[in-house]
Design a protein around this ligand. Structure first.
Ligand SMILES: [Zn+2]
Length: 474
C-alpha cells in the first residue's frame, strides 16, 4: 500500500509510532481484519453475532499464545459474545480493565443509496485517504478491531500488563442489549467481571480546538405513545373538530412545538464547560442559564460548526414527535389517534418528572383524557471523572497529541454502558478519531447508522495505536 496521508494537516500534530502508520504490515493486517468483520453480516435483528464472535476467537487462537484465553458465550441461540482474557502479572494489586465493543450493526434499509455495497468492506481511495466501506465500519467494528490489534501487537512483543485485560465483544447493543450485555452482566458475571470499562461514544476531536470528547454519561429514554380518543362517524357529517381524536393530536403537536425547552445547568454540563479549552469569559457566559442559548447560536453562526446542536441536548430534556397514526378510510372519522414521542432525559429526571412536564405542556384538561403508554424507559447514567482509567486515557491522549484535553460529555444516545453503570463500574466512551479532510464535521458526527458508513485508514490506525499505548499503561 502506498503512503496516502502526505496532505493530512491534523496528523502533523500527532505523535505516531512508525509501527502503526498507514503503510505498514500491521496496517495491512488491521485493514483486512476490519474488511472481513464487515463482510460477516451481523444485522440486528436477527444479529447472528455468533459468526463474527467465532471469527475473532479464531484470530486470537491463531496467535498460539498461552496467555490468551477466549470464551464464547451464546446468551441466546446464535447471539454470540466473546470474552478474551489476558491475565495480568500482578492481578491482586491491579484492576481488571475491560475493552468492550458490540458485534451487531443496524439494518440497511432498501431506500438507502450506497456508493459501495454495505457488506463489501471495500477499500476505497478518496482524495486524501483510503476508506473502508460498509455497515459497521464506524459503529463499531473498527473499535473492536482496534482493541484486538492493539492487544495482539503488545502480546507479540512479549508484553504482560500488570492488571488483567479483558476484551468483551457483545451481541444486541443496537436493540438495547437485552439479549447481550444485560444477560452477560446478570448470568455471566464471573466471566464478565471488570473494574473499569472503555468502549464507544467518544474520542473525537471537538470544534473547540484541542479538546477531545470522552463519553462519561448518557441520557435516559422515556419513549412514550400517546393515544387520544374522540368521536366516530361518517366523514360526510362531521362533528365539531374539537371532538376529533386527530385534532387532539394536532393540538398536542402544536403545544410541543411552541414550548421552549427548559435549560438545566447540571454538574455534567458544568464539568464539560470547565474542561473545555475556551476563553474564560465565554465559559462564564456558557454557564449562565439566560445567556447560553444565544451564545451557542452565535458561536454556531460565527464558526459554522454545530455548537447548538451539540450542546443544547445536554442542557434540556428533548421531545421529538416521530410517528403519527390514525384512521384507515377516507370517509370515516377515526375515533382514535396515536402519537409516538422520542423523549430523552437528563440525569436525575425520571418518568414521573417527564409526565408532569407533559401535563403542563399539553394542559391538564386534555392530558387527563389521554392514554399514555411507556414504550422504552431507561434512566440516564453517569460515571465519575476522577478515576485511574480517566487519568490514563488523558495521559495516553497527551502522549499522542501534546496539549490535548479531555472533555467529558453526556451522550444523547444510549449504549451498553448503562448495564455496567448500574453496578457502579466506571465506564468511558473513547476511541481516538480525527476529522478527515475528506469529510465535514457533520458527516463524521452523523456517520453511525448512515448510508455510506465508512472509516478512514488513518482513523483506524490511530484508534489501534491509541489502544496499544493505553494498554501498555495498564
Ligand atoms: Zn455503537
Amino acid at each position: 500500500m502506498e503512503q496516502t496521508n502526505k496532505k493530512k494537516i491534523p496528523e502533523k500534530k500527532i505523535e505516531r509510532l512508525p509501527l502503526f502508520l498507514n503503510n505498514t504490515e500491521i496496517a495491512k493486517e488491521t485493514i483486512e481484519f476490519l474488511q472481513n468483520s464487515i463482510q460477516i453480516n451481523t444485522t440486528n435483528p436477527p444479529g447472528n453475532e455468533i459468526a463474527l464472535a467465532r471469527f475473532i476467537q479464531e484470530k486470537f487462537e491463531n496467535e498460539n499464545n498461552p496467555r490468551i484465553k477466549t470464551k464464547l458465550i451464546e446468551t441466546r441461540p446464535s447471539r454470540g459474545n466473546l470474552i478474551v482474557t489476558v491475565e495480568g502479572a500482578d492481578p491482586k494489586n491491579n484492576p481488571i480493565w475491560g475493552f468492550a465493543s458490540h458485534l451487531d450493526v443496524v439494518p440497511v434499509s432498501e431506500d438507502e443509496h450506497w456508493d459501495h455495497p454495505p457488506f463489501s468492506g471495500e477499500l476505497v481511495q478518496l482524495e486524501h485517504d483510503q476508506f473502508i466501506w460498509g455497515r459497521g465500519a464506524f459503529d463499531m467494528k473498527q473499535i473492536g478491531v482496534a482493541h484486538a490489534m492493539g492487544l495482539i501487537v503488545l502480546l507479540r512483543e512479549g508484553f504482560q500488563p500488570r492488571g488483567t485485560i479483558k476484551l468483551i465483544y457483545e451481541a444486541d447493543e443496537e436493540r438495547g442489549g437485552e439479549e447481550g450485555m444485560a444477560i452477560l452482566m446478570e448470568e455471566y458475571w464471573d466471566d464478565m467481571k471488570v473494574d473499569y470499562l472503555i468502549t464507544e461514544g467518544g474520542g473525537y476531536k471537538l470544534p473547540t480546538g484541542r479538546d477531545f470528547a470522552i463519553q462519561t454519561g448518557e441520557k435516559g429514554k422515556c419513549q412514550t405513545l400517546i393515544r387520544a380518543t374522540g368521536v366516530a362517524g361518517h366523514g360526510s357529517t362531521p362533528d365539531p373538530y374539537e371532538k376529533f381524536a386527530i385534532y387532539k393530536i394536532v393540538k398536542i403537536l402544536e403545544k410541543i412545538r411552541k414550548k421552549k425547552r427548559k435549560i438545566y445547568m447540571l454538574k455534567e454540563y458544568k464539568q464539560l464547560i470547565d474542561a473545555a479549552s475556551l476563553p474564560t469569559l465565554l465559559k462564564i457566559l456558557l454557564k449562565r442559564k439566560r445567556m447560553v442559548r444565544k451564545i451557542l447560536s452565535l458561536a454556531s453562526k460565527l464558526t459554522h460548526e454545530p455548537f447548538d446542536k451539540f450542546f443544547i441536548p445536554m442542557l434540556t430534556d428533548t421531545i421529538a414527535p416521530t410517528i403519527i397514526r390514525a384512521g384507515n378510510k377516507v370517509n370515516v372519522i377515526s375515533p382514535t389517534a396515536e402519537l409516538s414521542l422520542d423523549i430523552r432525559v437528563l440525569p436525575g429526571h425520571d418518568r414521573e418528572f417527564i409526565y408532569n412536564k407533559l401535563e403542563k405542556i399539553i394542559g391538564k384538561k386534555l392530558f387527563r383524557e389521554l392514554e399514555l403508554e411507556s414504550i422504552d424507559y431507561a434512566l440516564a447514567t453517569t460515571s465519575p471523572i476522577n478515576t485511574i482509567l480517566y487519568d490514563k486515557i488523558q495521559a495516553t491522549l497527551e502522549e499522542m497529541y501534546p496539549g490535548a484535553n479531555l472533555v467529558p460529555i453526556l451522550d444523547t444516545g444510549g449504549s451498553d454502558m448503562k448495564h455496567l453503570r448500574k453496578k457502579d463500574i466506571p465506564c468511558y466512551g473513547f476511541s481516538l478519531l480525527l476529522k478527515d479532510p475528506d469529510l465535514t464535521y457533520d458527516d463524521l458526527v452523523g456517520m453511525s447508522h448512515a448510508p455510506n458508513e465508512r472509516i478512514s485508514v488513518t482513523n483506524l490506525m490511530l484508534a489501534t495505536e491509541f489502544t496499544y499505548r493505553l494498554m501498555k499503561k495498564l
